[in-house]
Ligand binder design. Sequence first.
Ligand SMILES: Cc1cc2nc3c(=O)[nH]c(=O)nc-3n(C[C@H](O)[C@H](O)[C@H](O)COP(=O)(O)OP(=O)(O)OC[C@H]3O[C@@H](n4cnc5c(N)ncnc54)[C@H](O)[C@@H]3O)c2cc1C
Ligand code: SF4
Length: 496
Amino acid sequence: MADQTGFLKYERSLPPRRPVEVRLLDWKDVYTRRENGEDPLFPTAEVRTQAARCMDCGIPFCHHACPVANLIPEWNDLARRDDWQDAIERLHATNNFPEFTGKLCPAPCEGSCVLNLQESPVTIKQIEWEIIDRAWDEGWVQPQTPAERSGKKVAVVGSGPAGLAAAQQLTRAGHEATVYERADRIGGLLRYGIPEFKMEKSVLDRRLDQMRAEGTRFVTGVEVGSGRDGDPTVEQLHADHDAVVLAVGATIGRDLPAPGRELAGIHLAMEYLPFGNRQALGELDDPPIDAHGKHVVIIGGGDTGADCLGTAHRQGAASVTQLEIMPAPPDLRDQGSNPWPTYPMVMRVSSAHEEGGERLYSVNTEKFLGDDSGNVRALLLHEVERVDGRFQKVEGTERELPADLVFLAMGFTGAQREGLVDALGVEVDGRGNVVRDDEFMSTVPGVFVAGDAGRGQSLIVWAIAEGRAAAAGVDTWLTGESMLPRPVTPTAVALR
Ligand SMILES: Cc1cc2nc3c(=O)[nH]c(=O)nc-3n(C[C@H](O)[C@H](O)[C@H](O)COP(=O)(O)OP(=O)(O)OC[C@H]3O[C@@H](n4cnc5c(N)ncnc54)[C@H](O)[C@@H]3O)c2cc1C
Ligand code: SF4
């Protein structure tokens, strides 16, 4: 039984981030590390107090809002009781990688928490992180090898959170899962998109070690279906495996075809961020795209833009401005158009925003202006207003914004067609997503789809949920039935 009155006794509180002036000197996590079993700035007693704010309200809206259907009130209460080992068992029952979500999830659960009716939800994401990080420290996260092997082989193409979740579930169900990744390291956007200061790569690596010990195989540096010498062909993929999971992400960045786009110094965000990640890990001293001493403009106000912002500051940018065409969101949700328990569309201040830079809203880029050498020197902007749902220029508001480096962080338009997707012959919908049924199978029998490749650009927690569900689909396809959980189906999601 949860503490029914904890929320009346205790205020919401979160661990402090490291001071800005200190954390900008390195690439490490913006939060302090645990020492001797706890965060020195946020001791276990405080985490337990925060967990005691969950009243186990009977209808857990948080659980419904969580894509992997985490059993949130159960593990909140176990954390409150100091029973961390049972807490990690309950957490792992629904989430293969709570360390990724505990660090990186935007926490729709907290948006739906009953206490968020008064804007002070339970710190669910933080408690999730505490449970799993402690479990790693204590040695409770061990390989889970299957009792029996099926002899069936599954290829998982793409090693982001969707591919990893599918592979871990399939390996544990007794199949031989091999993950193919075109990059030199495993992890997808967890490796080369999300910066070290949001989640250190050691957090990913310790999970990959567990997966290897369980029997999942990893093959890097191969782009399946590329047609290049040495890369596996689609025919080989089919011949060598009994089923395929396409977890190739939505990697095609949305471009901005404004005049001047061809100027040097304008890059898609995902052309820039992998270099920053390699620099953070000491693999690259002199990144080919470097914000050091430059005036940087980021077009796009979302997470990817914030990651460019934090990276540019750590490289020593002279200034960073982030542009957003939408108006600034309100500080508190609009209860009329965006009522609880829907996800609150409010102003968010990420760790990168705390570190500096300017955010401009309701602005559009008219064109990029260059110097005599063909480098970008400024953007020509104007303000916009919404008329009948469409953005219109506010006449007379044009102005130049100096820029030596511009990053386009305006989202992604879907999975890469050229190569594997085309070669497999799977159907792709009008939004660039690979079509799948409620078993997560594509239009080609035996080829399944999970994560951003099927749902479009989304979140890590959704990728994990879909990877788990697709694994259940594959298991059923291979054996006629499955005990694996199915946290989501595309139809159920469409109805949500
Ligand atoms: C910069 C950035 C920051 C983000 N931050 C957050 C965040 O803080 N929180 C959050 O929840 N979400 C965040 N997201 C979104 C999140 O990262 C994605 O939704 C998630 O990674 C999707 O997982 P996935 O497994 O479907 O694909 P991905 O992670 O994109 O992985 C796909 C993998 O497939 C590989 N691949 C593609 N084609 C082939 C092929 N033919 N052969 C072999 N390999 C192939 C790619 O190289 C890639 O490694 C962020 C996204 C970006 C771009
Ligand atoms: S995975 Fe995300 S939505 Fe689910 S409990 Fe964790 S923070 Fe909340």
